[in-house]
Design a protein around this ligand. Structure first.
Ligand SMILES: C[S@@+](CC[C@H](N)C(=O)[O-])C[C@H]1O[C@@H](n2cnc3c(N)ncnc32)[C@H](O)[C@@H]1O
Length: 261
């Protein structure tokens, strides 16, 4: 086993996999996952809504916005409908770079490297706190002079300092041209999304699991999109971003897509 993998403390990538119904997790992840669900019963729904948002956003970007390059940071363990599968269903020549810093995601990364022959997928083991390293590595696969969809789904919540999180986003978006997009999801405590229940769940998480997490307000989330044209319907519960069904629920996870003008 990779000696970076710790089975004595719950890891976000593995607990997220558990909530999504995956098998790549350990007893400690399932125990903490169940305890968090006790505090915040809709957490599984949040995880599923986040992935469904990913599917709709990537489909829109590939099919309607003509984006052919995706930089998916904090990608998580491989699951159904990974970014390259969604994008290459529309555009087999799409190029995808996945980034995560969790050692177990690295050991499963080959499952993400199943590109259509016309396109490319690559995996980079890097930390979101180091956007320059990510850009340097991504530049080996992506042409950063052409539009890129920078995807940060459920990851800025692990950058605890909001100024630093903004600076990471700015560094990434400054490195890509007009026509590039930023795709975001982020948990919140905002009552308008029913987020109050997240508070105890996050406090429990921060005492029992890794890495530590934070929620953000609507205003903080909006600040990540500053300077971008936010696509319709704006900043909403990710479940309500262009839902396929009129019966979409509301989960306490903001979702939005911004286009660099
Ligand atoms: C909540 S999961 C989201 C996975 C996927 N983006 C999704 O929306 O389904 C967060 C992922 O971010 C990764 N992550 C957390 N902190 C990170 C960091 N500092 N650098 C890179 N990846 C990180 C975790 O390992 C995990 O795979």
């Amino acid at each position: 086993m990779n000696d970076r993998i710790r089975t004595d403390i719950a890891h976000n990538a593995r607990v997220w996999n558990y909530w999504l119904g995956g098998k790549d997790n350990y007893p400690v992840d399932r125990a903490v996952g169940d305890q968090v669900t006790g505090f915040y019963p809709s957490i599984g729904e949040v995880a599923r809504a986040d992935r469904a948002f990913l599917g709709r956003a990537v489909t829109h970007l590939a099919a309607d916005a003509g984006v052919r390059q995706f930089l998916d940071i904090g990608t998580g363990l491989p699951t159904a409908d990974n970014t390259h599968e969604v994008a290459q269903r529309v555009a087999p020549d799409a190029r995808i770079v996945y980034v995560d810093n969790d050692p177990i995601v690295l050991t499963h990364a080959r499952a993400l490297l199943t590109s259509a022959p016309e396109g490319v997928t690559e995996y980079v083991d890097a930390d979101a706190h180091d956007p320059e390293k990510i850009l340097a590595a991504a530049g080996a696969t992506l042409d950063l002079s052409r539009p890129v969809a920078v995807m940060m789904l459920g990851i800025l919540n692990f950058v605890l300092d909001t100024d630093e999180a903004r600076s990471i986003v700015r560094t990434l978006m400054d490195a890509v041209p007009s026509g590039s997009h930023l795709v975001l999801t982020h948990p919140t405590l905002e009552p308008e999304l029913g987020g109050e229940g997240n508070k105890a769940a996050m406090a429990f998480w921060n005492e029992n699991a890794t890495p530590p997490i934070t929620a953000r307000s609507r205003a903080e989330f909006a600040s990540f999109l500053e300077g971008l044209d936010v696509l319709e319907p704006g900043i909403v519960s990710c479940a309500r971003w262009r839902p396929v069904s009129a019966e979409a629920c509301t989960v306490a996870q903001f979702g939005a897509v911004g286009r660099k003008p």
